[in-house]
Design a protein around this ligand. Structure first.
Ligand code: PEP
Ligand code: MG
Length: 325
């Protein structure tokens, strides 16, 4: 069985009735790229660029961002690499910035908010990425965006970085896709507003679950309440998928849920179009997609939306997937 999966994973994940689901990799350092490609990733759906700021004593320069991104883009071409701008603070601490002691770091100065505050650092990273974009298909993704005002500020920064390069006569990519992560209930409920302004949406369920259910993603004492199949999460995912479809904007999902074979049918059945995950999970998820029909996925998603609790939803999903795999 495992050998079969291994042979299969070089092929695209096309369901029995012909739906192609792009399966991509989440990576944090460029060394993971080979593994991702060997496991059949059709590109990188989430490059966690904040790792460039960890385990070191000085801030990375524009040149370092450029060299890293160029290396990854060249290695990955013709597939696209989605670079997430640095998502620091809260569960991703750094010693390089003076982060205040906050009572609620997850709701504090983190992620895009922090990038907008540390504007020079943000612009340096953006210039590095844009320059690297001449070496392969580049996309830029903004994390933890709360509303379109914040999105506007992020888009302005990208524009400013581009102007700086143009003024200096430095070669850079002009035509790139820009996307946002949907990681808060506010963003999920207003996904339509984002879909009108960007090229793609990517649901970050690790944070979306944390913020929707008010469960710290790292607190073991409450981890039993961290429930991906909670009815609220399912409805939010559906909402985002439908908003994307209405506006012809692809919706991907890049949280840990994407790597869990129990959830593949439900996510695709809810309308998620693409999945991005840890490289090691890719072969199994591709196998599931290749052995499934979209009607079965939709049917399961519909049934799961009708139950009242995460535990019932989990039972239903497990029972269904167990009879098939
Ligand atoms: C997420 O929040 O689901 C996500 C993919 O980003 P991270 O886990 O890096 O916060
Ligand atoms: Mg996140």
């Amino acid at each position: 069985f495992e050998q079969k999966i291994r042979k299969e994973h070089a092929f695209p994940a096309v369901s029995l009735d012909g739906l192609h689901v792009r399966v991509r990799a989440n990576i944090a350092i460029s060394e993971e790229l080979d593994l991702a490609l060997r496991h059949g990733a059709e590109g990188v759906g989430l490059y966690r660029s904040e790792y460039m700021f960890m385990n070191r004593d000085t801030l990375p320069s524009e040149e370092e961002h450029y060299r890293m991104a160029k290396h990854v883009l060249r290695r990955c071409a013709p597939y696209t690499v989605v670079f997430r701008t640095f998502d620091l603070g809260a569960d991703k601490p750094t010693k390089l910035l003076e982060l205040e002691d906050e009572r609620n770091p997850a709701m504090g100065m983190r992620s895009l908010r922090l990038a907008l505050r540390e504007r020079d650092m943000f612009l340096a990273q953006l210039r590095g990425f844009l320059r690297a974009g001449v070496h392969g298909p580049l996309a830029i993704m903004l994390p933890l965006v709360g509303g379109v005002d914040e999105l506007g500020a992020g888009l302005d920064a990208i524009e400013e970085a581009r102007d700086q390069l143009a003024t200096a006569g430095v070669a850079h990519a002009d035509d790139i896709d820009i996307g946002v992560m949907i990681e808060t209930p506010a963003a999920a409920l207003t996904a339509e507003h984002f879909a009108r302004r960007v090229d793609f949406l990517s649901i970050g369920t690790n944070d979306l679950i944390q913020y929707t259910l008010a469960i710290d993603r790292e607190n073991e004492a409450v981890s039993y309440l961290y429930q991906p199949m909670h009815p609220a999460i399912l409805r939010l995912i559906k909402e985002v998928a439908e908003a994307g479809a209405r506006h012809h904007v692809p919706v991907s999902l890049c949280g840990e849920m994407a790597a869990d074979p129990r959830y593949t049918w439900v996510l695709l059945g809810l309308g998620v179009a693409e999945l991005s995950m840890h490289p090691s999970a890719i072969p199994v998820i591709k196998h599931i997609i290749r052995s499934s029909k979209t009607d079965d996925m939709k049917d399961l998603a519909e049934r799961v939306l009708k139950v009242d609790s995460a535990s019932e939803a989990d039972e239903l999903v497990l029972a269904t997937m167990r009879t098939r795999f």
